[in-house]
Design a protein around this ligand. Structure first.
Ligand code: NAP
Length: 289
């Protein structure tokens, strides 16, 4: 079928908006899956400067963009431009995926859903567990909100303690959660990790190019911990290497990245993408860089 190779007058567009956006893996995985299914769509990245967001949204609507992802720094700011949020996205207060239904924009948080799907697919049971989350930024917010009601206890430890406390305050206003915001100190982490069952790193510590850094020392880990690092570049971080060394089950950020992408793809196209292909293309792309 010619759609496998050609862009033509019928081609429709998906995109990601953010600032910056060149680092995004979404064009790589979505274009691979679209092409594989012979769908006449392309997926592109648009770097939108903060003072251009309003105009960009009008433009996306006017051009009939079918759906788009939203990345840093617009995951919260975008909400006022949308016509509807799904109930979970409304409670989280941040979205990363939008569907355009004839000019009516609907927002979802597939980051949150993708993180939970990644954990469950990896055999990590969340129900009744103690979860420690490092960091209190956008990824921590999505992940803590989606796991809050299943977890027995949640600790958010952040360099800026105030931000962790604020996150927990908002979390408790929207979800039934047993959670505490704390500072990111070795003493506190040592104490909290002793009886924790799930550790999630949402800080950028260990991300390319600082690939030999770990957000916590190896000695704070124990084999009963399930360790999830949301970083996907490198595919295996120093934290995950430490965790594997001492026998922990682990999950990399790649699984979350692919899971959120699958959820967006299925919502936009009503088709099941080839997930192995999406993953392979992202790995190939990261290894090429
Ligand atoms: P963000 O909103 O900027 O938050 C970053 C958090 O990390 C903040 O809480 C910050 O603490 C903390 N932090 C940053 N540098 C630190 C350091 N040197 N020491 C201790 N804490 C530090 O970023 P984000 O959107 O949450 O993204 C965080 C990471 O998740 C990035 O690596 C991103 O690529 C990854 N991510 C992955 C996926 C996926 O699909 N796998 C999805 C989203 C994000 P302060 O509050 O003190 O600044």
């Amino acid at each position: 079928m010619s759609f496998k190779t050609n862009i033509n007058g019928h081609t429709k567009v998906f995109c990601i908006i953010g600032h910056p956006v060149e680092h995004s893996m979404s064009p790589v995985m979505h274009n691979a899956a679209l092409k594989d299914l012979g769908l006449n769509f392309v997926y592109v990245a648009y770097d939108i400067k903060p003072n251009q967001l309003n105009g960009a949204i009008k433009g996306l609507k006017a051009l009939g963009i079918m759906g788009f992802n939203v990345t840093i720094p617009y995951k919260e700011r975008i909400i006022k431009y949308l016509d509807k949020l799904d109930p979970l996205a409304k409670r989280i207060g941040a979205i990363n995926t939008v569907k355009n239904e004839n000019g009516f924009l609907i927002g979802r948080n597939t980051d949150a859903l993708g993180a939970k799907k990644g954990l469950l697919d990896a055999g990590c049971k969340i129900q009744g567990k103690k979860v420690v989350i490092l960091g209190a930024g956008g990824a921590a917010k999505a992940i803590s909100y989606i796991l809050a009601e299943d977890a027995n206890k949640m600790i958010i430890a952040n360099r800026t303690e105030k931000r962790a406390i604020e996150l927990v305050k908002n979390l408790k206003q929207n979800f039934k959660a047993n959670a505490e915001g704390k500072s990111y100190s070795e003493k506190i982490l040592r104490e909290e990790l002793r009886d924790a069952e799930i550790l999630i790193n949402t800080t950028p510590i260990g991300m390319y190019p600082n690939i030999n850094q770990s957000p916590i020392p190896k000695e704070l880990l124990h084999p009963e911990l399930f360790v999830f690092d949301v970083i996907y570049n490198p595919l295996e971080t120093q934290l995950l290497r430490y965790a594997k060394d001492i026998g922990c089950n682990t999950l990399s950020g790649l699984e979350m990245l692919i899971s959120q992408g699958i959820l967006a793809f299925e919502w936009w196209t009503n088709k099941k993408p080839n997930t192995n292909l999406m993953k392979r293309k992202v790995i190939e792309y990261l290894e090429m860089k």
